[in-house]
Design a binder for this molecule. Structure first.
Ligand code: ATP
Ligand code: ATP
Ligand code: CA
Length: 218
């Protein structure tokens, strides 16, 4: 479904979010104070606007209150990022997601009403560390402090066995959400579906259980 999203701050992070959402067909309003940044995104957003997103009157006259989702990606100017977040929440936007540079910034953003705070460098660092740690894990998503979803490459040891044979649910308390064979994705696989070598299993569970599964599966 097409969403209307406002992206504030068109640095590396903001412009990347904007381009990706635009390519998915969403309607984006991209805002930055810097005309060059705004111009560079002209073909990647429905509306591009040169404006100061800490100026309440400008936000109002742009009709920002009608958007359902905002991404605030003003990284280095803490004051602007906090002020903009506060105003977007006051205007009544249901979802305001904000990029933070560190923990202190993150805490302030939560206090002024940010619905989600992202620390891209920190989060990407954690993901990369998991890829380095295990060459069987090809992707990794945190659900909470304790739970994750991983993409695990099936080893020879797991090959030609069904999910029942592998006993992942009982032995590891993890759930196989999907099995990928190249471009073919089997979602919600049945217990008698066969796993072949180099299939990718998408598995959800407690981090400790996933770690055990990964060690056992190697
Ligand atoms: P990157 O994603 O490249 O790491 P960053 O987090 O380092 O970016 P900055 O470069 O500080 O962030 O800012 C991102 C963008 O936000 C810049 O293009 C800047 O012009 C814009 N910006 C800063 N203040 C405002 C504001 N008040 N209103 C709109 N845009 C702003
Ligand atoms: P961030 O991940 O916070 O966005 P960054 O990409 O902005 O980081 P910098 O802060 O410029 O990168 O540099 C990252 C680190 O690399 C710094 O701690 C810096 O001291 C270190 N560094 C820079 N040059 C060298 C060098 N020649 N040898 C070793 N370390 C270096
Ligand atoms: Ca930066």
């Amino acid at each position: 479904m097409k969403k209307q999203i406002v992206v504030v701050g068109l640095g590396r992070f903001g412009s990347s979010v904007c381009k990706e959402l635009h390519s998915m067909g969403h309607e984006i309003m991209a805002i930055d104070t810097d005309p060059e940044k705004v111009n560079a995104l002209r073909e990647y957003a429905a509306f591009t606007v040169i404006a100061d997103a800490t100026d309440e009157n400008q936000l109002k006259s742009l009709g920002v209150r009608n958007f359902e989702h905002a991404i605030v990606a003003i990284g280095d100017n803490l004051q602007a990022s906090v002020l903009c977040t506060l105003m977007l929440k006051e205007l009544g936007l249901p979802k305001v997601w904000v990029k933070a540079r560190d923990l202190q910034h993150e805490k302030i953003l939560h206090k002024v009403g940010a619905d989600r705070v992202i620390q891209p460098e920190k989060e990407m660092g954690i993901r990369v560390a998991h890829h380095v740690d295990s060459d069987k894990i090809i992707d990794y998503i945190d659900l909470s402090h304790d739970y994750s979803i991983i993409e695990l490459v099936a080893s020879g040891k797991m090959a030609n066995k069904t999910l029942i044979d592998l006993n992942i649910r009982k032995e590891f308390n993890c759930i196989v959400l999907a099995i990928k064979k190249e471009e073919d994705v089997n979602i919600a696989p049945a217990i008698d579906d066969m796993v072949e070598q180099d299939d990718v299993l998408i598995v959800m569970g407690h981090k400790n259980d996933l770690k055990r599964l990964e060690e056992k599966a190697l």
